[in-house]
Design a binder for this molecule. Structure first.
Ligand code: ADP
Length: 508
């Protein structure tokens, strides 16, 4: 153990008993209550903050409120552990990640319950998130083994140029609340596969899942100090301190564009490598020649997955005039049948939004759109309850000056407007500073590619309302971010290219 590590470790107290959550009659989830730093749980006389269940408003658990100094202690440990990890074989890293995958899947129900408790999505969806999130761990266990280097001759024939990939080093990972597990594993898994160590700062609204996942990584044999979780209400202070530390070499962020912009400015000080998955304003375009049933199905997925609280959620439905009435009727009918309630209950299709602020925003957007001439096809208001529930809502013909036309909704509210020509659809779809995802529904292959090629987004879904896939490069253009997560590209975000020039003298 180095002197720095010993000093940092001496700052921590021993773990107290974990918090036990009776998430249902069947499953008891134990959550470590403290920061997971260097294999130690920091608890003791520390400030804490409460995590609320959005379905009831009740406190689920309290966790330690880390200070910037706590995070710097984590940096010291992460830096030391990372150096040893970088020297391990890729086979070893792959084996550890495969073990983590197996345990994550074994404990799927437990993690899913925790996700539902702290974030609100229905249990079936939470299970889906655990599978999806764990799949990143398996994917990068496999990807860790793929050689990424090459040899080429210099043009004059006098040198051989060798390239290989080196781990970027210690990384700060900042995640949002909407996918408490998937947003974490999609960063942690490629970081570990590449040979990096991490400090994860989960969203203050959903810190529990990350603590449990970090515990599972530890159980799988991830060495202490590689995956540190710092839960805090002081995101700005903590991030600023960590990014100013010269031992940190990268920041990967998923969240809003304004915060991403701030982090990019801060990252410039230390020239950190950055990955930014930021906001979206996805258009969903339905052409007259679309298969109505598939379009309605896709439109539902693109809105209701995660209760509309996803950066890839369809935000603007653009429907061609010939199919518009039929689409609006069928889609509104399906939206009105969705069962809203506590995600722990059977048969629930839509849980609460994350907090009071999100609920107020849905109400404001809907009221404003109606005041400016939109009509309401179904839903339209908050549900009177202790939790934060909003009715599945469909608005039709909102005007361009309504706030909903330009704002990321992040709730179960769909706004449908009509268009006449392909060019109009493309122009309106691109009329936003964001460029994350778009959806196109048509049965004409030429049209599908013509439109997709002209859309200014990083991802396009054809005849389906979902683009996320562990093996695909997820990411955006314009104000939606920089870099990609998932696929082979997601690993490169945690690697630097090394190039070696080898002198090559001709021999007789
Ligand atoms: P959302 O609106 O979805 O909550 P945010 O961008 O505010 O999105 O939050 C995403 C993540 O960024 C959360 O973990 C949050 O704590 C963190 N965060 C918010 N503000 C800052 C900041 N100034 N510096 C670093 N992290 C921040």
């Amino acid at each position: 153990m180095s002197a720095a590590e010993a000093r940092a470790r001496s700052a921590f107290r021993d773990a107290a008993d974990p918090v036990f959550l009776a998430a249902s009659d069947r499953v008891l989830v134990s959550v470590p209550p403290g920061l997971r730093v260097g294999g130690e749980l920091m608890v003791g006389q520390r400030a804490t903050f409460a995590v609320a269940d959005p379905a009831t408003g009740a406190t689920v658990a309290t966790v330690v409120d880390a200070t910037p100094q706590d995070a710097l202690d984590a940096v010291a440990i992460a830096y030391e552990s990372g150096r040893a990890w970088a020297a391990t074989s890729t086979r070893h890293r792959s084996d550890v990640l495969h073990r983590a995958y197996a345990i994550l899947m074994e404990r799927r129900d437990e993690i899913a319950l925790l996700i539902t408790r702290e974030m609100g999505k229905p249990l079936a969806e939470a299970r889906g998130e655990v599978t999806y999130a764990s799949d990143y761990v398996r994917w990068y266990a496999e990807e860790a083994l793929r050689p990424a280097g090459n040899v080429r001759p210099g043009p004059e024939g006098d040198v051989r140029l060798l390239t290989s990939r080196a781990p970027v080093g210690t990384c700060l990972l900042i995640t949002p609340w909407n996918f408490p597990m998937a947003m974490a594993t999609r960063k942690i898994a490629p970081a570990l596969a590449a040979g990096c160590s991490v400090i994860l700062k989960p969203a203050e609204l959903t810190p529990l899942t990350s603590l449990l996942v970090a515990d599972i990584f530890r159980e799988a044999g991830v060495p202490d100090g590689l995956v540190n979780v710092v839960t805090t209400t002081d995101a700005a202070g903590l991030s600023r301190a960590v990014m100013a530390d010269p031992r940190v070499r990268k920041v990967s962020f998923t969240g809003s564009t304004p915060v991403g912009r701030t982090l990019l400015a801060q990252a410039s000080e230390n020239l950190l490598k950055t990955s930014m998955e930021l906001g979206g304003n996805a258009p969903l375009i339905v052409f007259d020649d679309a298969d109505l049933e598939r379009a309605v199905e896709g439109a539902l997925t693109a809105k209701l997955r995660n209760g509309g609280q996803s950066c890839t959620a369809a935000n603007r439905y653009l429907v061609q005039e010939g199919i518009a009435d039929a689409f609006i009727e069928a889609f509104s009918e399906r939206m009105s049948q969705i069962v809203v309630g506590n995600g722990l209950a059977a048969g629930v299709g839509l849980g609460p939004v994350i907090d009071q602020r999100a609920l107020d925003k849905c109400t404001r957007l809907v009221d404003d759109a109606i005041a400016r001439g939109a009509t309401l096809a179904t839903g339209g208001k908050a549900i009177d309850s202790a939790g934060w529930f909003f009715e599945p809502t469909v608005l039709v013909d909102a005007s361009d000056d309504a706030e909903i036309a330009t704002t990321e909704i992040f709730g179960p509210v769909a706004s449908i407007t009509r268009f006449s020509t392909q060019q109009e659809a493309i122009d309106r779809a691109n009329d936003t500073p964001f460029g994350l995802s778009a959806y196109v529904f048509t049965q004409d292959l030429d049209r599908a590619f013509t439109v997709a090629d002209r859309l200014e987004t990083g991802m396009v879904g054809f005849n389906q309302g979902i683009v996320s896939n562990i093996s695909a490069p997820f990411g955006g253009t314009k104000h939606s971010g920089l870099g990609r997560e998932g696929g082979a590209e997601g690993l490169e975000e945690y690697q630097d290219i090394r190039y070696y020039a080898m002198n090559r003298r001709q021999t007789a």
